[in-house]
Design a protein around this ligand. Structure first.
Ligand code: SF4
Length: 212
């Protein structure tokens, strides 16, 4: 992890991290940006989030937008129709049930429409500075299996396995480090093992083909 921390210095940050840095870790903006980010390129997520927050910055103002307007603002993120419905429903619930505040527990976050463990963990880590959570997305799932840290089939399983196999002090950083590594070096297809600073510690489980 220390090697990775040094190696990612200067690399482009994942979209939600960028939004988190630029918006002083506002849990609401982290929540919405994470909802938009699923299966979407970082640059697209960042641009869509910026357009949406320019139009509405609070749960109350965003809940007043119509679904078609949210769709227009967030297009072309993938599944923009579903995501627009979730954004509106999520904001409505924040207003009606949580006093316009993003809740700070896993259980309450999971009540929000469209919010799963990945989103909830990222909101807790970036928005509430939790040191108790690991956020597992496809990059974290793929790389921790390649490294041999875990042997799992699903991201939720990976999250639980990582709590057992990694040191607690690294939990809040695992997502940032592995997502950045996954976007730049340990890519889904043709990982750049020849340029990888942690190759010596990697078991390359399931990695096939030549090194690039
Ligand atoms: S050695 Fe290859 S598979 Fe292992 S972390 Fe590095 S890029 Fe990924």
């Amino acid at each position: 992890m220390r090697t990775l921390a040094r190696a990612i210095t200067g690399m482009e940050l994942p979209a939600v991290e960028k939004i988190s840095e630029s918006q002083a870790e506002d849990p609401f903006q982290i929540l919405i940006a994470t909802l938009l980010s699923a299966r979407t390129q970082d640059a697209t997520t960042h641009a869509a989030s910026t357009r949406l927050f320019k139009r509405a910055r609070t749960p109350r103002t965003m809940a007043r937008l119509s679904v078609p307007e949210i769709e227009r603002l967030i297009y072309p993120v993938s599944f923009y129709r579903n995501k627009a419905r979730h954004v509106k429903a999520c904001c409505q619930m924040l207003v009606a049930r949580f006093g316009c505040q993003v809740p700070s527990t896993m259980e309450e976050l999971m009540e929000l429409p469209g919010v799963g463990r990945k989103t909830a963990n990222l909101v807790l880590i970036l928005g509430f500075k939790s040191l108790q959570n690991i956020c597992v997305d496809t990059h974290v799932h793929r790389i921790s299996n390649r490294l041999g840290w875990v042997r799992t089939r699903q991201p939720d399983e990976t999250e639980q396995a990582l709590y057992r196999s990694t040191e607690r002090r690294w939990w809040p950083y695992i997502n940032l480090y592995l997502v950045t590594w996954g976007q730049n070096v340990c890519r889904p297809v043709y990982p750049r093992c020849g340029d990888c600073v942690i190759a010596e510690d990697c078991r390359r489980i399931g990695v096939q083909g030549r090194e690039l």
